[in-house]
Design a protein around this ligand. Structure first.
Ligand SMILES: CSCC[C@H](NC=O)C(=O)N[C@@H](C)C(=O)O
Length: 665
């Protein structure tokens, strides 16, 4: 009997659980449940309410496009987002509704505001108003006349006329008023937070268009209708949270000590001692204080990545493929409060006293479910994925560690085909970033590959997250130590796991696509390659994408006018004339992170150099096709990958050719 294994279509089984928002008394958890409807080609999301004591669950909002519940401090109300369909005539109309509802009245809700997006919301302590960061300004309908940077942004489209501004919104009347920050002409607000004493609103904002990664921290005093600058030129994530006494602000980010390779840290600013240096609470940890574990089964969330409870500041950090929840207080060292074992704490929210924490956890073999922890006792509250999972065979990845040639330990995992599945070959899968990590996030795609008979090997080479800041820092040196780590990993697994040298493929997305392109230009070891949302030319990358001009300068250490030669040396396209590996190129036509030109240039070069190549362009998709693309496109993408591997590793093409020839004879 053949084993029942994950296939592209089993995406439909996965229930995407997100946004576990606990009420202030710790009695209830509001969260989003999303299903992937392949036939209707849509994600259907609703909001559920969990009673923590009994585990009893009831629907709060039926959907089909409701998400992001945020409970009010009074514990009785909440706001959420409803996505509304717009027909062609309504183009330009806001696609999101911000709604207000009572926890004890399932199904009912009232419209507060129609918006084009919502970057962040924070309740006033009296539960009457919200501080909200809202995008305003639309692109021209027809000819686009542009005078700003960037022209477009991945997942958002043409944003050249869009600014994200801070507002105060009355949840009862819907009355909105912009918060005026002194001297800020152009702005992109990253986060907003209402102080517990109700008197102040903190805002982090980018105000230099050419350097949008720099953020300033403001405090707006409601009584005086006046904003003051607290800190300048911060970078990183940009999330903020107030201390319970409304004096300090914890900022999640950094000062770019190692450019984009810098770990996000918790920096605490004293708003009553302006100009004083912030205290860094996580510097000793030397880990990125956000979760960067890769997974392709997440759904949008509005929960903050930081929370300051009366027991300390909670945050998740990336560590060796895992993501524990930590707590830290000024003057102390971070300690783990929720250890997810071989898993990741994906999102969390806590009661103000810090006594109870709701969170989602996932592992490499289980998508997210909701858990609750009361000071050490963790309980799982939902089982959305248990039944279907019990009907399928999923293998468990095995971790390996090897010493790279410079003596540094590098980690990786091997996922074998489930028992009963014929082994056809293996794949080296390279993650994006490069500052993200593989580890204990659920990857449907990996189980699909394994289900088809392909062992998946995935590692965290130099440049990855989950280790020290130094480990993540490969600036100016792409294609050097990272490439070596990967190729040394290949030799290690071939020997240790007896993997066939002549049945290997390489694949990856984004930076992983860059590295795939680089690898096929530097070795002929692989029998096939799949390069997705990839980078092939740093020179054109610089001027065509949403983050290109500053990402390239920081990571590759060149611009088209400075070190041009270095930009070209580090571009896989330079080595395209050496490539022999059959290569499948997958790209989305609205990928404004790594624009389509990256795929086209590679495709043309490979074609002209006689390399077997196939190019798949996905319409109306962006850089996140594999994670949040239209369900039918996600299925198609996986099918294309499997076909390519079958043709090149499992000899499907030869078999078909032989069959055709036999038929003709
Ligand atoms: C200028 S794009 C550089 C690559 C990209 N980095 C940041 O967005 C990337 O690798 N993204 C990863 C996270 C991915 O898409 O998987």
């Amino acid at each position: 009997m053949t084993a029942r294994v994950l296939t592209p279509e089993t995406l439909r089984n996965i229930v995407l659980v997100s946004n576990p928002a606990i009420t202030p008394d710790g009695g209830k958890i509001l969260y989003t449940v999303a299903r992937i409807n392949i036939d209707a080609d849509t994600y259907e999301s609703s909001i559920s309410l969990l009673d923590v004591a009994t585990g009893f669950e009831e629907p709060l909002q039926q959907g089909p496009s409701d998400s992001c519940p945020i409970p009010a401090p009074n514990g009785r109300h909440y706001v959420f987002i409803r996505r509304v369909e717009r027909d062609r005539k309504q183009r330009g109309q806001p696609g999101l509704e911000l709604r207000f509802a009572s926890i004890d009245r399932p199904g009912a809700s009232r419209l507060i505001a129609r918006v084009h997006g919502l970057v962040s919301v924070s309740w006033s302590p009296d539960s009457l108003r919200l501080a909200a960061a809202i995008p305003v300004g639309l692109p021209d309908e027809d000819v686009k006349v542009v005078e700003t940077l960037p022209v477009w942004f991945n997942g958002k489209g043409f944003i050249y006329k869009t600014q994200v501004k801070p507002f105060i919104v009355d949840v009862y009347s819907g009355y909105m008023e912009e918060i005026k920050l002194d001297d800020v002409k152009w702005m992109q607000v990253a986060d907003i937070a209402w102080s517990p004493d109700g008197r102040k609103i903190a805002v982090t904002v980018s105000r230099v268009m050419e350097k949008p990664y720099l953020r300033d921290l403001y405090v707006y005093y409601l009584d005086e209708d006046r904003a003051e600058l607290v800190a300048e030129k911060l970078s990183g994530f940009g999330e903020i949270v107030w201390s319970p006494d409304s004096r300090y602000i914890a900022y999640l980010g950094h000062r770019r000590e190692r450019g984009f390779a810098t770990h996000n840290k918790i920096l605490v600013f004293d708003t009553e001692d302006r100009g004083s240096e912030p205290e860094c609470l996580t510097c000793s940890l030397d880990r990125n204080a956000v979760n960067t574990a890769n997974s392709d089964v997440r759904f949008s969330s509005c929960l903050k990545k930081l929370q300051w409870t009366r027991k300390g500041i909670l945050f998740v950090a990336s560590d060796h493929g895992r993501a524990p929840l930590y707590s830290v207080e000024p003057g102390s060292e971070p300690t783990i409060v929720i250890d997810p074992g071989e898993g990741v704490v994906d999102e969390f929210s806590a009661t103000p006293d810090g006594a109870r924490i709701a969170y989602t956890r996932m592992t490499a073999t289980e998508p997210r479910e909701v858990y609750v922890s009361d000071g050490g006792n963790a309980r799982r509250l939902t089982r959305h994925n248990d039944t279907w999972l019990s009907r399928y065979k999923l293998s468990k990845p095995e971790k390996f560690v090897f010493k790279a040639s410079d003596g540094v330990e590098v980690e990786g995992w091997i996922l074998r085909p489930p028992e009963g599945v014929e082994e056809k070959g293996w794949v080296l899968y390279i993650h994006g970033g490069p500052k993200t990590m593989f580890g204990y996030g659920f990857m449907h795609e990996f189980h699909v590959l394994a289900g088809r008979g392909y062992t998946v090997v995935y590692t965290n080479p130099r440049g990855s997250d989950g280790y020290s800041e130094e480990f993540a820092d490969i600036r100016c040196r792409y294609g050097e130590r990272d490439y070596q780590d990967l190729m040394e990993a290949v030799e290690y697994v071939i020997e240790r796991y007896r993997l066939p040298r002549d049945k290997a493929a390489v694949m990856g997305g984004s930076y992983g696509g860059f590295m795939t392109n680089w690898i096929i230009g530097h070795t002929d070891l692989f029998k096939a390659a799949v390069t997705m949302r990839s980078i092939s030319n740093w020179i054109s990358m610089y001027g065509t994408t949403d983050i290109g001009w500053y990402f390239v300068e920081d990571q590759i250490c060149c611009t088209p006018w400075r070190n041009f030669e270095h930009c070209w040396e580090k571009s896989p396209l330079k080595y395209a004339d050496r490539v022999k590996t059959p290569t499948l190129i997958i790209h989305s036509n609205e990928d404004y992170r790594c624009w389509l030109d990256q795929a086209l240039q590679l495709y043309t070069a490979l074609k002209l150099h006689g390399v077997e190549t196939r190019l798949a362009i996905f319409p109306n998709e962006n850089h996140d096709l594999s994670r949040s693309g239209k369900p039918k496109h996600r299925v198609k993408r996986l099918q294309l990958i499997l076909e390519w591997l079958d043709e090149h590793l499992a000899g499907k093409k030869e078999e078909e050719k032989a069959g055709r020839e036999a038929g003709n004879a």
